[in-house]
Design a protein around this ligand. Structure first.
Ligand code: IMP
Length: 423
């Protein structure tokens, strides 16, 4: 039995989809523990681009059981259309299981997400508008609706009658909007619930049955460490635990079962939405990274902000995630730069910071301290051995490894599934 965990090491969009997809081969069970349709994994399957938001990418491989854990928030219509999309390529049978404890993203969560953002004005988070924050807020406030409620018509009505008064006070009194109504919600959601029912089960028992049988697990975290509700750049974060700790709370896979934690880390760095970004570039270098790296969000299509690799953030990720390795992605995007820069520390009001600070005041006003390395011009997309990379690319990787204190065992050099160097 082995349990391998994959987490985003930066602000999401590190190219997890591809790494997860290639690692799914040889795995028996793939588990998704948190987040919702705010995530988007692009995977290439038989030359077709498929964007998965909720279903683990193991669904495209034979003989892999895919589990959506209790920590995920699900919008029924969304997951059903994703199931229909995957069915076009591979028929989903008993290889998908959805936790009966997942919280449901209700139609009013999406309304509230947008209303909250509008009310915040300049302080908006830049959410994906998928109702994620309001759904997790209701979960924590104990006003949520879980999958086990949704698929049981009697309980669903009872729960709605209990929670809608709160929702409607918000909608009507705070936001001056029309209220929600129990019967309309039931009418819209009941047929969806019945379609989802065959996939729903007690996934904790299913996970433990497979752990006991010695199966190989891949647990795929969504988003990235610095969007984590506890360790990210609060309040510019998502509403779940995207670092490795979220794997256990979101699935029931015990921490002691986890042996390997791989941080997916871009060779530079990007961010979508608002919030501090110490190494963000506003010059031609930033434009080149965005253009060559095709940096547009998989879920919202928004252009991503781009910057140089930040080793302060990288080391923090190694520490809190307990990384045993990183997968360094999109190295090819750096080909053609005369000089590549790595941020090795921050400076704020004359003081040097080697450890990622929590303070938004520092994060928003610091100056990055860079180390400059010579770049390379060669096309590396066909390289499959570390020793065949240009010497300067090898030096860049070795320096990153030194700074963030973890080996880059996987290096991705092009979008294709096979364009990977393993060490
Ligand atoms: P929310 O998760 O929709 O509430 O958005 C909160 C913040 O997290 C925003 O800045 C989003 O752009 C960001 N975010 C959420 N999911 C992802 C993701 O999968 N990749 C990158 N950024 C994300």
């Amino acid at each position: 039995m082995s349990v391998r965990v994959i987490v985003g090491g930066q602000w999401g969009d590190e190219g997890k989809g591809k790494v997860i997809d290639s690692l799914s081969e040889g795995m028996d069970v793939v588990v998704r523990p948190q987040g919702g349709a705010n995530a988007g994994h692009t995977v290439i399957f038989e030359d077709k681009k498929i964007v998965l938001h909720l279903i683990p990418s193991g669904i495209l491989h034979d003989g892999v059981l895919n589990i959506i854990g209790n920590g995920v928030v699900l919008e029924p219509e969304n997951i059903l259309s994703e199931i229909a999309e995957v069915n076009k390529y591979r028929k989903i049978t008993n290889n998908l299981a959805i936790s009966d404890a997942c919280h449901i993203v209700m139609p009013y969560h999406k309304r509230l997400d947008k209303l909250n953002e509008t009310l915040k004005g300049n302080d908006k988070i830049g959410t994906t508008g998928r109702g994620i924050g309001p759904c997790y807020s209701d979960k924590i406030a104990r006003n949520g609706i879980r999958m086990s409620d949704l698929i049981d018509p009697v309980r669903f009505r009872k729960r709605l009658e209990a929670v809608l008064p709160f929702v409607n006070r918000l909608l009507v009194d705070i936001f001056n909007q029309t209220p929600e109504d129990v019967d309309s919600i039931i009418e819209y959601m009941s047929p969806l619930a019945q379609q989802l029912k065959p996939f729903v089960c007690d996934t904790v028992s299913l996970i433990h049955k497979n752990l006991a049988a010695g199966k190989n697990f891949l647990c795929e975290g969504a988003q990235g460490t610095f969007l984590d509700i506890d360790f990210g750049t609060y309040p510019y974060v998502t509403s779940s635990n995207c670092f490795s700790g979220g794997i256990s709370t979101g699935s029931g896979v015990p921490p002691t079962a986890i042996k390997e934690v791989c941080g997916i880390t871009k060779a530079y760095i990007t961010r979508v939405g608002e919030g501090p970004f110490p190494t963000e570039l506003f010059d031609e270098d930033g434009k080149q990274l965005a253009k060559v790296g095709h940096e547009f969000g998989a879920t919202t299509g928004r252009p991503r902000r781009c910057g140089w690799f930040d080793a302060v953030l990288g080391l923090y990720s190694t520490r809190i995630n307990g990384l045993t390795e990183i997968a360094l992605t999109k190295l090819d995007v750096l080909s053609g730069f005369k000089v590549v820069k790595i941020c090795v520390a921050y400076q704020y009001q004359g003081k040097r910071y080697d450890v990622f600070p929590n303070s938004l005041e520092i994060l928003e006003n610091l100056t990055p301290i860079y180390e400059e390395l010579p770049g390379w011009t060669e096309d590396i997309t066909g390289v499959r051995k570390f020793e065949d990379l240009p010497l300067n690319a090898q030096k860049y990787i070795k320096r990153l490894e030194e700074l963030i204190q973890v080996p880059a065992k996987i290096i991705s050099v092009a979008p294709d599934r096979t364009a990977i160097i393993t060490r």
